[in-house]
Design a protein around this ligand. Structure first.
Ligand code: NAG
Ligand code: NAG
Ligand code: NAG
Ligand code: NAG
Ligand code: NAG
Length: 375
């Protein structure tokens, strides 16, 4: 045996065998970010050091091969890579990795998002109950949309926008634990958010439209729902389409607030693992901060809105961490009294099929008679 191997084994024994491949890490919180800036917001902070150990997971993105953890393994962070395929395959790789025991872990999605100016503003930190995969639809190019259609998008198996889908692929809607969401927002509200004069100047441009009053107000911490789409869309008309699709897919329950490219995929991977008791789907928090508006203000065109400066980007990144640290600390410090045993959901949680048991009030109804798909 080489000296290096001996030293590795010795240090693994002394350090409680947490190093890569030699032990199982059971974090209390796993922070899920999507790209390097979102992760970077959590590094080199006074509260904890997420770069104390790096654990390589087969199946992760070649750009982001490691889970990053504190020395005691209590808090970890991963980077999925952007959009739905990266999110689903990274989360799945983690779920089925033997380096982690995630049965009691809280998953905190921590990402930036576009925002509907009718509901919130840039810099705001949101906590979602519903994640809706709004692009899982039929689509006509804008130049071929029938005259009577309000948009080129309409649900699969339907004949026109606004109709219910003719079939459900299962990932259209996820509903997460609202009781946990209420606890998370209470922690997050103790944070003092960051803002800049550039962000304030952009908000002011939305103040001339009464419908955009929330966009003109200062950033805050808010409960509101999120839309997933691989396509990074922008503009008034697609904004309206997403608002309508959220309502159709959730039977009127979700109000479209933020737009991002991953959450349904992340939730799908978590839900499938939950069926095998590898994770607890009632321990998922979807936190998204608003980095940019999804549509222009009065007097601006959609192209300028999308491609112009994004003064919300910096505050959105920092506010994720400022609010998120409070959530992480709240869970860790309240572990023995509250979080170890879990927060019992009072709402339905899971997908449109009822896979985890219970009856969703959206989608085709439970495919499993209200029982879990697996005992
Ligand atoms: C973990 O990886 C980061 C870079 O991603 C590096 O800065 C840090 O030093 C690494 N930590 C250890 C303990 O090797
Ligand atoms: C994972 O952790 C839970 C809770 O501490 C424990 O009951 C379970 O046996 C662990 N599973 C494995 C495979 O170690
Ligand atoms: C996306 O996830 C949300 C829950 O987070 C779920 O309600 C929605 O159905 C999902 N949408 C798709 C298209 O998968
Ligand atoms: C929580 O319980 C564990 C095990 O019983 C104990 O070691 C730890 O000190 C407790 N933590 C707090 C903050 O009370
Ligand atoms: C939609 O919601 C209404 C009540 O608002 C309810 O009566 C109906 O059963 C729901 N649809 C489905 C598919 O659950």
């Amino acid at each position: 045996m080489t000296t290096w191997v001996l030293l590795s084994l010795l240090s693994a024994l002394l350090l409680g065998t947490r190093s890569n491949g030699l032990g199982i890490v059971a974090p209390k919180v796993m922070i899920v970010t999507m790209f390097d800036s979102e992760a970077g917001a959590w590094f080199n902070i006074p509260e904890f050091n997420l770069l104390a150990q790096n654990i390589t997971i087969p199946g992760f993105s070649p750009l982001y091969p490691d889970v990053h953890c504190t020395a005691d393994g209590m808090v970890c962070l991963l980077i999925t890579g952007q959009a739905e395929i990266n999110a689903a395959s990274t989360l799945s790789s983690l779920m089925y990795s033997r380096s982690f025991n995630l049965t009691q872990t809280y998953f905190l999605v921590s990402g930036i998002a576009g925002v509907n100016p009718k509901v919130a503003t840039i810099g705001t930190v949101t906590f979602a109950k519903y994640a809706v995969q709004v692009a899982l639809q039929y689509e006509f190019d804008a130049r071929e949309i029938p005259a009577q259609f309000s948009t080129g998008y309409f649900p699969q198996g339907s004949k026109a926008p606004g109709q219910a889908p003719g079939w459900w692929d299962g990932t259209e809607v996820y509903e997460v634990n609202d009781a946990l969401r209420q606890k998370a927002i209470a922690f997050a509200k103790t944070a003092k958010l960051y803002d800049t004069s550039d962000a304030q100047a952009l908000r002011k441009l939305y103040s001339t439209s009464p419908a955009y009053a929330p966009a003109a107000a200062p950033p805050t911490v808010l409960l509101c729902d999120t839309a997933t789409s691989d396509t990074y869309w922008s503009g008034d008309l697609l904004g309206k389409m997403v608002e309508d699709t959220m309502r159709v897919f959730t039977n009127g329950s979700a109000e479209y607030c933020t737009t991002q490219q991953e959450d349904n995929a992340t939730l799908n991977a978590l839900m499938r693992a939950a069926l095998f008791h590898l994770v607890d789907f009632s321990r998922v928090i979807v936190m998204r901060s608003a980095s940019d508006f999804d549509r222009p203000h009065a007097g601006e065109d959609a192209v300028t809105s999308l491609l112009g400066p994004a003064p919300g980007f910096g505050p959105a990144l920092l506010n994720l961490r400022l609010a998120g640290v409070k959530v992480v600390q709240g869970i860790v410090s309240g572990w023995n009294s509250t979080f170890a045993q879990g927060i019992k959901p009072t709402n339905y949680i899971g997908d449109v099929y009822g896979s985890l048991g219970g009856n969703p009030d959206f989608g085709p109804g439970s495919l499993f008679g209200g029982k879990p798909a697996r005992a």
